[in-house]
Design a protein around this ligand. Structure first.
Ligand code: ATR
Length: 293
């Protein structure tokens, strides 16, 4: 691509240690697009002004992260069905002077499952899934699982939030199977094919995983031996939940493949060019290694 340098922003507050600039700049370079991705620290009060800047060249679009994913719902010109159903935007795409709010988290999650043999075309429609957590990440995951035909139970520390999620998404996605609140996690585990932790439990610097009833209750010995366990946390690469699942011999995946896949889908929405997924993954892994200690 020739001409002026195109730009993509990450709207965050604080801008912090995101791996996205590394992933996307490596991808732009790999496919030969003259563009630069940078994290912007945007205070909530500045969000409308920054959104107006994004409506003009040289911006192709943006990513949106904490704490803006819900606030931008009301500041875009259009929402995709995925963003509207999830109730959060992680990607902005500029179309002329209009900003389209989109969400690639759920589709990225399902694509990442393909890496452990559980993609949208490989058995998810038969799967019983148990999702721990009912925040923004859980909403994206549950929406995508329902769209792939899975049946989903949601367990959350605050059960009311799980009930709201199940009611919102169970009917909105046109799913053939529903979303339910998990009344008793232990009772569900023997028939669960896929257990997903969407909470921050197990994250470096986060809550102590052993003091958390939800994870403790997820007694992995009760899962069928062919079950898979996915943790959306990727710092550390092996959380206590994944270590326990691995020692039981279960299929495991951390959150890095989902991070890369949601990024690849955003890249494709901005550029119309197939994302170099392995280049993005290597860049993310290098970034993790760099701030590992
Ligand atoms: P995200 O967008 O990453 O999902 P979020 O919306 O803040 O973030 O949601 C965080 C999730 O982690 C919630 O399900 C939260 O449970 P509550 O709704 O009960 O707050 C869960 N969570 C965070 N810390 C937790 C802990 N120590 N034990 C159990 N669940 C926890």
């Amino acid at each position: 691509m020739s001409g002026a340098l195109a730009r993509v922003a990450l709207l965050a507050h604080p801008a912090g240690h995101s791996l996205s600039p590394l992933m996307h700049n490596a991808a732009f370079e790999d496919v030969g697009i003259d563009a630069h991705y940078e994290a912007l620290d945007v205070a909530p009060a500045e969000l409308p002004t920054v959104m107006n800047q994004l409506r003009r060249a040289p911006y192709l679009g943006a990513n949106v992260t904490v704490p803006h994913k819900e606030a931008v719902l009301h500041l875009v010109d259009e929402l995709t069905p995925a963003a509207a159903a999830v109730g959060a935007v992680n990607t902005l795409i500029r179309r002329g002077a209009r900003l389209v709010g989109h969400n690639t988290d759920g589709a990225g999650f399902v694509q990442a499952l393909g890496e452990i043999g559980l993609g949208a075309t490989a058995g998810l429609s038969e799967a019983n899934c148990l999702v721990l957590g009912a925040g923004g990440a859980a909403r994206a995951v549950v929406h995508a699982l329902l769209a792939a035909g899975a049946s989903v139970h949601v367990a959350n520390r605050n059960p009311e939030r799980a009930a709201v999620l199940a009611a919102d998404l169970g009917s909105a996605s046109g799913a053939t199977n529903g979303a339910y609140v998990a009344a008793d996690v232990l009772e569900l585990l023997p028939t669960t094919n896929l257990l997903i932790n969407t909470t921050s439990v197990g994250m470096r610097g986060g809550s102590d995983p052993y003091s958390t009833p939800l994870i403790e209750a997820a007694n992995l010995d009760l899962l069928p031996i062919e079950a898979a366990v996915v943790d959306l946390v990727y710092r550390p690469a092996v959380t206590p939940l994944l270590a326990a699942a691995e020692s039981r011999g279960l299929l495991v995946q951390n959150g890095l493949p989902m991070l890369v896949r949601q990024g690849a889908l955003a890249f494709e929405a901005w550029t119309g060019v197939e994302a170099p997924v392995s280049v993005m993954r290597q860049a993310a892994e290098r970034g993790l290694d760099r701030n590992a200690g």
